[in-house]
Write a protein that binds this ligand. Sequence first.
Ligand code: FAD
Length: 293
Amino acid sequence: MKPASFEYRAPEQLDELLELLADDFTDVRVIAGGQSLVPMMNFRLSTPELLLDLRRVDELGALEHRPDGALSVGATVTQARLLRQLEQQGGWPVLAEGIRHIGHPQIRSRGTVCGSLAHHDPTAELPALAVALDARMTVAGPQGRRTVAAADFFTTYYETVLEPGELLAEVVFPAWPAARGWGFRELARRRGDFALVGAVATVDRDAAGATAEAVALVLFGVGERPVRLGGVEQALAGKPLDAAALASVEPLVAEAIDPVDDLHASADYRREIAVQLSVGALADAWERSSARV
Ligand code: FAD
């Protein structure tokens, strides 16, 4: 298949790009890594009149640590570049592990972090990671910039709060405490496939190291967007995450999600797997955590 014809522009200035993007009379799309958009164009599921390439705008390529310890990832930073930085400089190990599960190295070397977030495939790793890590999205548009919490960014399948004319300019991951534990588990049919279901967990222990002070658990592949399991997080806070505590939240996980049947798996199978992956990710996170310093 070949795409329908389209115009292509690659501005170097963000202002120019935003001006072109805000044109109400043209069907404009931005292209970042093209790993999702190009196949969609080839299948004519997307037929933009104008394609705006982000990659020549220097300021969108920033990947930097903020003074408060947060990590800021600009719109054109590829998944491979972020993974390399995390492997070399440390921090956010759960993010690194999640990225390793995205497709194959070829996909990650072109695909961007923000492109995956803006595209919002509900079985993608990065949206769930962004929610679990309380990331903040910087949205740029004709009215200037606004910040949106990851928990509010994803609306439904392949949709976000981005309005026409707006761009996800960066995602900011808050500082990663060294003592935080993490777990990342997913089930896919083959290595590199999109997940059927996945789970991201983090645990912060108290100062004595005896109990979990804060727990985060987010599932993907079980609904129209990443699902944060607040009930499970609350049930486990203040306890050691031993086998009994983990077994006690299994029904809470099963009740909190409403997966669908599709070609790849039944809803019941997804629910069963979600329970197992949740317990596994939480156990890993507890094991890897240490006393708060
Ligand atoms: P593009 O394809 O360029 O854009 C995707 C969409 O997002 C377009 O609508 C575009 O207009 C919009 N967009 C892009 N950037 C922005 C922005 N900054 N602001 C606003 N809108 C924007 N992903 C996974 O998560 N897990 C996988 O296992 C996985 N496996 C894959 C396997 C294959 C074979 C392929 C081809 C892809 C796979 N992907 C997977 C998708 C991959 O991660 C993509 O790179 C990602 O989803 C989109 O990033 P991109 O930079 O390529 O975006």
